[in-house]
Design a protein around this ligand. Sequence first.
Ligand SMILES: NC(=O)c1ccc[n+]([C@@H]2O[C@H](COP(=O)([O-])OP(=O)(O)OC[C@H]3O[C@@H](n4cnc5c(N)ncnc54)[C@H](OP(=O)(O)O)[C@@H]3O)[C@@H](O)[C@H]2O)c1
Length: 188
Amino acid sequence: MATVYGAARQPAQVTEPGVTPVALDITDTERVSLLVNNAGMMKASTFIGAPSLDAARAELETNYFGTLRMCRAFAPVLAANGGGAVVNMFSITSFYTNPFNAFYGASKAAAWSLTNGIRLELHHEGTLVVAVHAGFIDTDMAALVDAPKMSRNQSPGRSSTPSRPGRSRYWRTNGPGPSRLRYLATTS
Ligand SMILES: NC(=O)c1ccc[n+]([C@@H]2O[C@H](COP(=O)([O-])OP(=O)(O)OC[C@H]3O[C@@H](n4cnc5c(N)ncnc54)[C@H](OP(=O)(O)O)[C@@H]3O)[C@@H](O)[C@H]2O)c1
């Protein structure tokens, strides 16, 4: 099972079950050896049906350029500390398109590509760069989705509603407009 770390200036504030507290003050760059890019945005908009490209630009700005900016800002810090790790939080939509959040998937695919490139660029500095491609997690982002979701307190790799590999199923979202359609999702 994966170990989940929760960083805070006062580690005693990290009380979530199953989370290992670590001390982190982001103004103290000498101690930074791990960067987790978790921030993300999902506007639930389609390539053709969206009224404008505003959602696409907003998602790229956060999911792609935001991740890139953080990697560029912290890569020298990690290198100065002898190397470290970058973990970028993406989605299964990095490698397949869900029509209801197509722009989002494209932004995650682009960010996945940059992750693979940065991995090669930072290898010689001793920094490991990896991506997490998650399924649905029960957070605000997935509030409209009516499908099995991982609890936000669950460790990766465990699901409260396990899907059967290779099995396809339909699921739907509860939002307005095109997102009310049902879409096919395949697990593998
Ligand atoms: N929930 C899912 O089903 C699911 C599935 C796969 C992957 N993911 C990924 O998991 C990560 C976490 O998402 P979540 O499920 O926790 O979604 P969430 O509940 O919508 O939370 C998104 C988080 O990202 C932060 N954020 C957004 N834009 C930001 C910015 N410009 N600068 C700093 N922080 C920003 C938000 O901060 P504010 O509160 O300040 O806005 C919020 O804390 C995302 O990268 C998401 O794409 C989620």
